[in-house]
Design a protein around this ligand. Structure first.
Ligand SMILES: [Zn+2]
Length: 275
């Protein structure tokens, strides 16, 4: 009997994603580092705190932020995602006040970047079961919590997605463990989170430089945004194989890769005959 195993794109078995909150001005330097090492990240932004959207006479709230006018160009190639419009502790908000926090942030960000904004990270790490249930109806595909798993496992709950580590939590040690993983019978995900202002505060941008040198440019690793990862995993679960394993139907618009008895095959959208 043939063995069928989903892989990441091009047969890879490791994925790396990063997620940075608040859109502070230190994102400029962070994005430059990501781009230099081919890392991909998701940037969770609060549109209500863009300098252009602040009340008259106010220059910043909770620190200097990237202006709205710079968003599209700065984050090109990465994912722009929501962090709510004004960054409230949403577990304390009436539920009908949470919904516009998400939708208004989506609306504003989408007008800047020109694609559906479907990622979220919880401001102040705050959420409830009720909020988690509402998010899919607001077209939010996932939401990141704070706290770290310190492992490379795949998320079990997309609306309570826990990262591997914050960048100040043994990043280079975790990075080395990740690079050393070699059992391709498993799928691994390394997920790093934080805030770019912390690199300025701690004067440790060189930490991300070293991480990029360590993990960047590797053939076995897929560098992806949070949403690219979610969409790929969703799509891979939707493949329909014939019982005899000769044909597979891919109902999605993504190429999916699969390992069949040691041979990696690309499954294009639509009907595919397998080798
Ligand atoms: Zn935040």
């Amino acid at each position: 009997m043939q063995q069928f195993c989903i892989t990441y794109p091009e047969g890879k078995f490791k994925a790396l994603t990063l997620s940075y909150d608040d859109g502070r001005t230190e994102d400029r330097r962070l994005v430059e580092i990501f781009n230099r090492y081919g890392l991909k990240g998701t940037f969770h932004l609060n549109s209500g705190l863009f300098p252009e959207n602040l009340p008259e006479g106010q220059k910043e709230i909770y620190g200097a932020r990237i202006p709205a006018s710079e968003v599209k160009q700065l984050y090109a190639g990465h994912e722009v995602a929501s962090h709510t419009y004004t960054h409230p502790t949403i577990a304390r908000c009436p539920i009908d006040k949470v919904i516009p926090e998400v939708l208004e942030d989506r609306r504003f960000l989408e007008n800047l970047v020109g694609y559906p904004v479907q990622g979220l990270s919880y401001p102040n790490g705050s959420y409830t079961e009720e909020i988690k249930e509402i998010l899919p109806k607001l077209e939010i595909e996932y939401s990141r919590v704070v706290g770290s798993s310190h492992n490379f496992s795949l998320p079990k709950d997309w609306y309570q997605w826990q990262a591997t580590c914050h960048h100040n939590q043994r990043l280079l040690e975790h990075g080395q463990e990740f690079v050393d993983l070699h059992k391709s019978q498993y799928l691994y995900l390394m997920y790093v989170w934080g805030h770019s202002f912390e690199f300025g505060r701690d004067d440790n941008f060189e930490l991300m430089e070293k991480f990029g040198q360590l993990v960047g440019g590797r053939k076995d690793t897929w560098y992806c945004t949070n949403l690219e990862f979610k969409r790929y995993m969703d799509a891979s679960a939707r493949l329909v194989f014939t019982v005899d394993g000769q044909q597979v139907y891919n109902p999605t618009n993504l190429d999916i890769w699969i390992n069949i008895d040691g041979t990696v095959q690309k499954i294009a959208p639509g009907q595919n005959k397998l080798d």
